[in-house]
Write a protein that binds this ligand. Structure first.
Ligand code: FAD
Length: 585
């Protein structure tokens, strides 16, 4: 209890399951909760759009309030990260620093910098893993030093590790009575959370996902009230175009660590324990956070994970460079209402359903436009010579910038999946941009909400308004080609062409494709067959059977004891069980 400690919040913006802060407080007489807002460092690691900035600032405010309620506060300081920490160490007579250990490359680099600084200044360090269920290094070590490259293999490795650690206990007022945050007069106004305006950002309209731990816990409780829903959750059966999220909508909170993934996981376990039957990975809710863990594990040990070039698990594909088409996709002006509505929801709200992400990612890449997954995932800055002779920086800002839950490992992993560059091998199944959405929302309520220009179209035509007779278009007050664009491609033609291109790539790069493929008993394949039998043609259409387009018309395993005496949840059998769509993780 002798240290004077700075706890550095990075992600992990919470007081529940915060083992680093808890350990810091148990070994200290004084603790200073600190968030260093190093905008340069943040900009170098990810391109953060206004919606996510707002989410971050709200999360910091929420954390500050929770700390204040417990007799402490959050100090937010701007500037170069290590300079700020060095300055604070001198200002407060610090002897120890604590932080979460994370796996993204820029976090690893930052941690190395902090360790170097601590060595130089003679500071003790406390650092725990709290952003993932396991220490992913342990998973890799258990798999002979390599990341398991398929979900099935990954679950198999986890079965040797047992259940993830239980969450650390909540931090309370009593903790801050034993370990104080020293205060000085006038301190409250100093080092506070900056406002949106102070950061020079334009104020966005009210968002559906307010940032912060308290909102995360509230949302979690709301979902967990319905134990049946939780126990029976099956991802392929959730609806991409419901007007309110049909899944938990917890990803922004998990992504910034306002919600602990271990808390989520163990709460699920306790509901499963009370249920007669419950769904299983890969489609269950626990299965979803295991996908998260899977991508974190693979990303942590794969060079250039967020790029095609130099990425050993990713097919090297000669994607087209078509900036005009990319802009149309980004702005929601493809002429396919299903795609355009999703892109509008993404831009306006910062969250879209997983299957909606499937639809737009497939459309951009292997489905229709044959544009690189990297373009869809991240921001590309381009410098162009304008008419007036002035250099202008143009930003193509898509998933990474718009998503509230934008995440280094998960975003890239899923983009590789959707573009069939890695992990996913049923590339002959291409989503139809007309029939996919219609299946779950035949009246087009979702389209009417996000594309009001089409709101008066009869349901029959709303997914393919170019097929509506002229009088119907006039009556709807929207002439296609004038008030709303014609489809930018013939889906049938381009998807057939792309399929041939993809076949060629895969025949030339079979070895790379095999790296992320299960050799036998692929659960996705089993699920795909069952899905096709149960539901007939639907979301996953082969190119040959595609829609009409403008051109064409115009638990519980008992073997845990063998592995350190702890129970494990998965067996290879468990992975084979449920109804799995080939397209759905
Ligand atoms: P739920 O279904 O309620 O799942 C609970 C949690 O499990 C999620 O919050 C998330 O943390 C995790 N999870 C769910 N699905 C996946 C998945 N496929 N892979 C990894 N983790 C998963 N998710 C992100 O968090 N950040 C991203 O940047 C991101 N980019 C994506 C890009 C593409 C092209 C695609 C197809 C998917 C992407 N996803 C991303 C995965 C997934 O779409 C979202 O996690 C999910 O839709 C979030 O909604 P939810 O919280 O309601 O999910």
């Amino acid at each position: 209890m002798t240290h004077r400690t700075i706890h550095l919040f990075n992600k992990g913006l919470r007081l529940h399951d915060n083992p680093s802060l808890l350990a810091a407080m148990e070994s200290s007489a004084a603790v200073y909760p600190v968030y260093v807002l190093d905008r340069q460092l943040m900009a170098a690691s990810a391109h953060i759009g206004p919606l996510r900035w707002r989410f971050i600032l709200q999360s910091l405010e929420d954390l500050h309030s929770s700390l204040q309620e417990r007799g402490s506060r959050l100090h937010v300081l701007q500037g170069p990260y290590l300079d700020v920490v060095r300055h604070l160490v001198a200002r407060w007579g610090i002897t120890q620093i604590s932080f979460d250990s994370e796996v993204e490359p820029h976090c690893v680099q930052l941690e190395a910098g902090l360790r170097g600084l601590a060595g130089e200044l003679g500071l003790s360090i406390i650092s725990c893993v709290a952003h993932t269920l396991y220490d992913v290094k342990r998973i890799i070590k258990t798999n002979d030093g390599k990341p398991p490259l398929t979900y099935k293999k990954f679950l198999h490795v986890l079965s040797f590790l047992g259940e993830p650690d239980k969450p650390a206990r909540d931090i309370t007022t009593a903790d801050f009575q034993k370990c104080l945050t020293p205060r000085q007069d006038g301190d409250d106004e100093k080092d506070r959370v900056p406002t949106f305006e102070e950061l020079g950002l334009e104020v966005e309209p009210e968002v559906l996902w307010p940032g912060g731990e308290s909102h995360a816990l509230k949302r979690l409780e709301q979902h967990f009230q319905s134990q049946g829903w939780v126990a029976n959750f099956s991802k392929p059966r959730t609806i991409p175009n419901s007007l309110l999220p049909s899944t938990t909508g917890l990803s922004p909170y998990l992504s910034l660590g306002c919600l602990s993934v271990r808390t989520f996981y163990h709460r699920l376990s306790s509901i499963y324990a009370q249920s007669k039957n419950h769904s299983l990975p890969p489609v269950s809710l626990q299965g979803q956070v295991l996908w998260r863990e899977f991508f974190y594990t693979v990303a942590s040990a794969t060079p250039n994970f967020t790029k095609m070039e130099g990425n050993p698990i990713c097919l090297q594909i000669g994607w087209y460079d078509n900036q005009e088409a990319l802009q149309k996709w980004k702005r929601g002006q493809t002429g396919f209402p299903w795609i355009d509505a999703i892109m509008t929801q993404l831009r306006q709200e910062g969250w879209i359903h997983h299957l909606a992400r499937h639809a737009v990612a497939c459309f951009l890449t292997r489905g229709d436009l044959w544009i690189s997954w990297e373009e869809g995932m991240k921001v590309r800055r381009r410098v162009e010579w304008s008419v007036g002779g002035i250099f202008t920086a143009l930003c193509v800002q898509v998933f990474e910038e718009y998503l509230l839950d934008a995440d280094y490992s998960i975003n890239a992993g899923n983009w590789m999946w959707l573009s069939a560059s890695a992990f996913f091998h049923h590339y002959t199944r291409i989503f139809c941009p007309v029939r996919f959405g219609r299946r779950t929302d035949p009246e087009g309520q979702y389209l009417r909400k996000y594309l009001p220009v089409l709101k008066n179209f009869p349901s029959k035509y709303i997914y393919e308004p170019w097929n509506a007779p002229e009088e119907v278009q006039l009556q709807a007050g929207c002439v296609i080609g004038k008030d709303y664009p014609l489809p930018m491609v013939s889906h049938q033609e381009v998807s057939e062409r792309n399929l041939e291109l993809m076949k060629q790539v895969r025949s030339e790069q079979g070895n790379t494709a095999e790296l992320t493929r299960d050799v036998a008993d692929d659960p996705m394949e089993i699920g795909a067959k069952r899905h096709a039998q149960e539901e007939g043609p639907g979301a996953d259409e082969s190119a040959g059977r595609s829609c009409s387009s403008a051109a064409s018309s115009r638990k519980r395993c008992s073997s845990g004891g063998e592995h350190g005496g702890r129970a494990c949840s998965w067996t290879p059998e468990a992975v084979r069980l449920p109804e799995i769509s080939s397209e759905v993780m």
